[in-house]
Design a protein around this ligand. Structure first.
Ligand SMILES: CC(C)(COP(=O)(O)OP(=O)(O)OC[C@H]1O[C@@H](n2cnc3c(N)ncnc32)[C@H](O)[C@@H]1OP(=O)(O)O)[C@@H](O)C(=O)NCCC(=O)NCCS
Length: 179
């Protein structure tokens, strides 16, 4: 039977869905871009094998726990990035990456705001850690701005995955989020 995408969320301009194995090439292109990857992971472009491992991880997380980092497509169905959640001690960690030709059109803010709403509407099974946070590497000013616009506030600086990061929280589970 043919596998189909499952829509997690739609906003005015994007559709956020689960992945198909056939999305590998699109994800590999996104993660091979030095501009996109500058503040993500190791801070360098990733290989096709690394993209293959990531897509397998996303699909596995979606199957097992029901949330992960998802495919973001425009209205024509073309992949323009990925966005969703990683796991953190606070609960979920917001994450997003878009193709550079899509930047500065308000798309990440639209996506982040939609995902905050999704987070509120879909609490984790373990409600003792149902917060929503984000880590931003020093210098990633655009991402800081996105978080501010989506209702996050700066908490402190933390060393995270090998880099000094600004740590943000959105008190979504407590209803204190502004959006
Ligand atoms: C971070 C990212 C998702 C932002 O996406 P986007 O769609 O361009 O974001 P938006 O258009 O919604 O908002 C960007 C905001 O940052 C501002 N901005 C952009 N570049 C900036 C810079 N160099 N310095 C300061 N502000 C900047 C924009 O002016 C805008 O703010 P405004 O609405 O107040 O004018 C995108 O740059 C990206 O995919 N980067 C690579 C992956 C990444 O770093 N992900 C985040 C990891 S924490």
């Amino acid at each position: 039977m043919k596998e189909s995408r499952w829509t997690i969320l739609t906003t005015d301009r994007v559709r956020i869905t689960t992945w198909l194995a056939s999305d590998l090439q699109d994800l590999a292109v996104l993660h091979a871009d030095p501009l996109t990857m500058r503040f993500i992971g190791h801070g360098r472009p990733e290989t096709v094998d690394e993209a293959r491992a990531r897509i397998a991880e996303y699909r596995d997380e979606q199957r097992v726990r029901g949330w992960t980092k998802c495919r973001v497509a425009n209205r024509d169905g073309d992949m323009i990035g990925r966005a969703g959640f990683g796991e953190s001690s606070a609960g979920r960690e917001l994450a997003y990456a878009l193709r550079p030709d899509q930047w500065n059109r308000g798309l990440a803010t639209e996506i982040a705001s939609g995902l905050v709403r999704w987070h509120i509407e879909h609490p984790t099974v373990d409600q003792s850690s149902n917060g929503l946070c984000a880590h931003v590497e020093a210098g990633n000013h655009a991402s800081v701005r996105v978080l501010e616009k989506a209702g996050f506030h700066f908490v402190d600086k933390r060393f995270y995955k090998g880099a000094t990061c600004d740590y943000f929280e959105c008190s979504a589970a407590a209803g204190a989020c502004t959006i």
